[in-house]
Design a protein around this ligand. Structure first.
Ligand code: GLY
Ligand code: MN
Ligand code: MN
Length: 350
């Protein structure tokens, strides 16, 4: 491992930095060198190597507009040592990152626990007249005081019809009585993400219609979580969740049974009200790396986040928990975060 060497001047401005011994103690890496020795050391090592594995950002959602430090280093290597064989480390990292170690699961559980504290704080805070950004402020306060560095991703605090905008992040509207607010908000901890969505009735009580839609989403979520088991795969999983959602949308009067029977299987009608995937890998990134062609294995962590969005009714409901796949079935890392509509109402009333 290469570290930036410190000195008395830097210590005055930036504080103490690791000595080599401290770096070994904290990382387990025995050989520590200063960054200024990198070129000479690298030159000596590469002359004995045939294969070089270099990092590139191969996240499917990444848009890389400016040359990154990784990209500059790749260019440097290829120009300076043109006859080596260069390989991608990304596929190896993606394979490793998809399976969480015990320690990683602990970090993620802690992120979920901090998220829970933030959410519980909101149950007594959300009411008519509150601004969405005030809710954001409550959360960041609770996250940071529990040693999170903050939100794991841009928080979506979307009241009323804004909940139908999937990536709404304006968070600048007033919460109105009679509306539901969708909260897709979660803490990071130790660089690991959690990812939560809950929906609250702003005046503390769901209307019968809001509760029907809410419970439909909750049923789909519970059935979907049961399918996050070893050996299943994302394609089959999404197909099965689609069928569950279809039945719920018919029940809610949003889809017509006869039209569903005649639908084009390539463009199912349920997508009008549920237009995103049900699950994604979760870890160091909120949308973590991992192959969609790999069957589910123990140690993978996925979100489970069905939703129903009805712009005509100014209503969007999504519920989202984080699920660890284990030999003994799915383990919900957010099992302690209230989700039953009746529980939410009771807690808001307290
Ligand atoms: N918070 C982003 C997502 O749920 O995918
Ligand atoms: Mn998610
Ligand atoms: Mn989310």
């Amino acid at each position: 491992m290469f570290l930036k060497e410190t000195n008395e001047h830097i210590a005055i401005w930036e504080g103490h930095k690791y000595t080599k011994e401290e770096a070994t103690a904290t990382s387990g890496i025995r050989k520590i060198l200063w960054m200024k020795d990198f070129s000479v050391t690298f030159n000596a090592l590469i002359s004995e190597a045939e294969n070089v594995y270099l990092n590139t950002n191969e996240h499917t959602r990444a848009t890389v507009d400016v040359q990154t430090r990784d990209a500059r280093f790749i260019k440097f290597c290829q120009e300076r040592y043109p006859l080596h064989s260069y390989n991608r480390s990304a596929p190896i990292m993606h394979e490793l990152r998809a399976i969480k170690s015990k320690h990683e699961v602990e970090q993620m559980q802690n992120a979920c626990n901090i998220t829970e504290k933030g959410f519980r704080r909101l149950l007594g805070f959300v009411k008519p007249g509150v601004m969405e950004y005030e809710i954001e402020a409550e959360l960041i306060h609770e996250f940071v005081r529990n040693r999170s560095r903050g939100f794991a991703y841009g928080p979506i605090i979307a009241s009323g019809k804004s909940a139908c905008i999937l990536h709404y992040t304006d968070n600048n509207k007033e919460c109105k009585s009679g509306e539901v607010i969708l909260l897709d908000v979660a803490a990071e901890y130790g660089n690991y993400a959690s990812d939560l969505t809950r929906c609250l009735p702003i005046n503390g009580k769901f209307t019968p219609r809001q509760k029907d839609v809410y419970n439909a989403v909750l049923r789909v979520m519970r059935a979907a979580i049961k399918m996050l088991v070893i050996g299943n795969n994302i394609t089959n999983y999404h197909k099965e969740v689609g069928k569950l959602m279809e039945a719920e949308l018919i029940g809610l009067g949003l889809l017509d049974k006869n039209e569903v029977e005649k639908q084009n299987p390539g463009a199912p009608l349920y997508k009008k009200y549920f237009m995103h995937g049900t699950s994604h890998f979760l870890g160091l990134d909120v949308h973590d790396v991992g192959s969609k062609y790999r069957s589910f294995e123990a140690g993978m962590v996925f979100t489970c986040e069905p939703g129903i969005y009805i712009p005509a009714e100014g209503l969007g409901i999504r519920l989202e928990d984080d699920i660890l796949i284990t030999e003994n079935g799915p383990v919900n890392l957010m099992a302690n975060i209230p989700i039953e509509a009746d529980d939410i109402e009771k807690l808001m009333a307290n």
